[in-house]
Design a protein around this ligand. Structure first.
Ligand code: NAD
Ligand code: GLY
Length: 362
């Protein structure tokens, strides 16, 4: 029997949906019945996750008609071509508008399955069953879906909210340590943008988190989802506050696209990006030096990078200019006034930005 740890709601009026967090949820037939109403379900997974968790999920979904499509594993496959493959399977199996697409995997699978669901027959039901820490704390919640373009990260996509997020925390037991650490980068982000107490809590729990302690991980998933659900409910389509969730991402996305997708994990690039955004905040005399040191120290203790090899400042700037937050040709940055207090600004000194990049690129 599964154990439900938390049941949160993303409040979006008639499109509100639950985030269920619990141990063994994917084997919970009654829970699956409550949240998967479609009779035809396309499960989108990949060649790494499916051998681990697909059979259990399919058993819980029976007697629905389930078809599974397994994508190749990796950020480099997060492309329109791969989404076209998902659409081909939907068409070939004559899935109608009343079907559901269910993503079983990390953020790469979730972003592509969600994008396919958003455009198939102009939008069908989408369910997230995230299996990485990063997806459970971030990408499965909030309805951003899409793919990369060689010219820029996540440049093609759509907002398409899931009807439920089913986070089975037992799946994290098989996650490679490097992927666990990458997920912790997005967790640190929530402390930095919104919750100084949570940041301090993380500082005190580094060993437990790196050891995969289930209670500590359950707490970070719950707190991260609370913060994300709250921000998304107020600004679903990122007209304002939601941009704060991109703290470190303007820098991080540039690292990912400048180095070719896949060399850096997304969470690793976000970690280095947060280090750069924090230094830029300090160089701009917003954040004090002691807070900058705390941020660098936590990122390093979590085994995450603060610096980037083999990328030139000019190359970084070129990639940053295609960021979705660019307005009137100006790169907007998410900066910190203090730990827990982030804001978006286009009002900064270009020389400080160059200096920040020089300090973090080797
Ligand atoms: P990922 O999807 O590539 O998964 C990481 C690796 O872990 C993969 O090799 C995967 O096959 C494997 N894996 C997944 N679950 C596993 C498990 N339980 N056991 C063993 N291996 C497992 O990467 P990710 O970090 O989950 O997601 C990163 C992606 O998410 C990026 O493309 C990023 O842009 C996107 N993202 C999207 C949003 C959003 O709001 N939509 C937010 C943050 C990140
Ligand atoms: N990961 C950023 C967002 O969902 O807005």
């Amino acid at each position: 029997m599964g154990t439900l740890i938390e049941n949160l709601t993303v409040q979006l009026g008639t499109r509100s949906y639950p985030i269920l967090i619990g141990e063994g949820l994917l084997g919970e037939r009654a829970m699956i019945d409550r949240h998967v109403r479609a009779r035809d379900v396309l499960i989108v997974s990949n060649t790494t996750v499916a051998p681990l968790y697909l059979a259990n999920l399919e058993a819980s979904l029976s007697p629905r008609r389930t078809i599974a499509t397994l994508l190749p594993d990796g950020e480099s496959y997060k492309t329109l071509d791969t989404v076209a493959r998902i659409l081909d399977v939907l068409v070939a199996n004559r899935f109608g508008r009343d079907c559901a697409v269910l993503a079983l995997g990390g953020g790469v699978v979730g972003d592509m399955a969600g994008f396919a669901a958003s455009i198939y027959q102009r939008g069908v039901t989408f369910i997230q069953a995230p299996t990485t820490l990063l997806a459970q704390v971030d990408s499965a919640v909030g309805g951003k879906t899409g793919v990369n373009h060689p010219g820029g990260k996540n440049l093609i996509g759509a907002f398409h909210q899931p009807s439920a997020v089913l986070s089975d925390t037992t799946t994290l037991a098989t996650l490679p340590p490097r992927e666990l650490r990458a997920g912790l980068a997005e967790v640190v982000k929530y402390g930095l943008i919104r919750d100084a107490d949570f940041f301090a809590w993380l500082e005190a729990r580094v060993d437990a988190l790196l050891a995969g302690d289930t209670d500590a991980l359950a707490h970070v998933i719950r707190r991260s989802c609370e913060i994300k659900a709250d921000v998304v409910a107020r600004d679903e389509h990122e007209h304002g506050e939601r941009a704060l969730l991109n703290f470190g991402h303007t820098f991080g996305h540039a690292v990912e696209s400048a180095t070719g997708y896949g060399r850096w994990l997304h969470g690793e690039a976000v970690a280095a990006g947060m280090a750069m955004a924090a230094r830029m905040s300090c160089e701009s005399r917003l954040l004090d030096a002691a807070d900058l040191q705390r941020i660098m120290r936590l990122i390093e203790r979590l085994g995450l990078p603060t610096h980037v090899d083999q990328v030139q400042p000019q190359t970084m700037l070129e990639h940053m200019r295609i960021d979705k937050k660019v307005l009137d040709g100006r790169i907007r940055l998410v900066l910190l006034r203090a730990i827990g207090q982030a804001f978006v600004t286009a009002d900064y000194d270009e020389n400080r930005l160059t200096h920040t990049l020089e300090a973090h690129l080797r």
